[in-house]
Design a protein around this ligand. Structure first.
Ligand code: CUA
Length: 331
């Protein structure tokens, strides 16, 4: 982190740094994290080297085509077979540039990959097609809330296919792989909201697999987390259930208005008779809803497919009670 910060300080004055943090540049978004400046510096370094050589090579090409074109009545002269000095120069300069790019990139890459030991850890779970962020006190939110000016480590995994977490303002991108934990980290420089995307094509709902990063002002993150974690105690069960249905990804597949999505609608189902793919049927009650959440493959409703992931170990009993209360309230 130190080295990355030094690198961006070397190449940009404090006023430019502030401007870039708030507005970004012509083609890059605002620099929302402590490492964003160093990443941009390398991007700009590589970009301008490429632009310079593109211009040089294309202009020489055009110049040579015009200057040495074949003319009527002029015999082609003898061509030089080699020129040692020239060949050494055009090998040494690119070699030096590549070593420079490698050296700068390794320094920044090490910083971006290595979280400070004291970092605040948030568990990230990706699943089709929803993000879940679990805080150290067990609270889960569908958006990523973080304190400003503190290193935050994301410990990530996927429930189904490969997803990829990307926060462009933080210059951050890391895959989530089923059955494996991946890590990344950042330190947000100012309070505000940033976009978070899935950048690995993961199926039908990929483009709607979005979340926000909310950077809380100094000292306010703890208060927010305590307040948010208490919602089961402070709200009526049906209201808490509605919040859970929004937060835990149910809405990616279920609608509340009677129309079908990937799964059936929840509207008015309590007390209905449902038929299943194996020909059996059951009355929708508390036990059936609980089983559908914990063992979704046990009973597959007729004309639907076995697609729902289990919420066993993800939703607590109290949370499932709240969701049942909400489904009951949908008349
Ligand atoms: Cu998850 Cu794309």
């Amino acid at each position: 982190m130190m080295l990355a910060a030094n690198l961006s300080r070397m190449t940009a004055g404090p006023a430019m740094t502030l401007w870039a943090q708030a507005h970004g540049s012509f083609w890059l978004p605002p620099q929302g994290s402590t490492t964003a400046g160093a990443v941009d510096t390398i991007f700009n370094l590589i970009f301008w080297i490429s632009a310079f050589f593109f211009a040089l090579i294309v202009s020489l090409l055009i110049f040579f085509v015009v200057r040495y074109r074949r003319r009527e009545g002029v015999e082609p002269g003898k061509t030089a077979s080699h020129n040692l000095a020239l060949e050494l120069t055009w090998s040494a300069i690119p070699f030096a540039l590549v070593v420079l790019i490698f050296y700068q990139s390794v320094i920044v890459y090490m910083d971006v990959r290595t979280a400070p030991r004291e970092a605040y850890e948030i568990r990230v779970i990706g699943q089709k097609w929803k993000w879940s962020f679990r805080y150290p006190n067990g609270y889960v939110d569908e958006n990523l809330h973080v304190p400003v000016g503190e290193p935050v480590r994301l410990l990530m995994t996927s429930k189904d296919v490969i997803h990829s977490l990307s926060i462009p303002d933080f210059r951050l991108k890391m895959d989530l792989v089923p059955g494996r934990d991946t890590k990344t980290w950042f330190n947000a420089v100012q309070p505000g909201t940033h976009d978070l995307y899935c950048t690995e094509y993961c199926g039908t709902g990929h483009s709607s697999m979005l979340a926000s990063v909310i950077v809380h002002p100094s000292g306010q993150f703890k208060t927010w987390l305590e307040g948010a974690a208490n919602f089961l105690d402070t709200m009526a069960p049906a209201e808490a259930g509605e919040l859970l249905v929004q937060r835990r990804g149910c809405l990616q597949c279920h609608k509340m208005d009677g129309s079908r999505l990937i799964g059936p609608s929840f509207k008015g189902i309590f007390g209905e008779q449902h038929r299943f793919t194996d020909g059996s049927s059951v009355l929708v009650d508390e036990n059936y809803i609980r089983q559908s959440i914990l063992e979704p493959s046990a009973k597959i409703r007729e004309s639907y497919r076995d697609e729902m992931p289990t919420y066993l170990g993800i939703l607590s009993d109290d949370e499932i009670d709240a969701i049942i209360a909400y489904i009951k309230s949908l008349k």
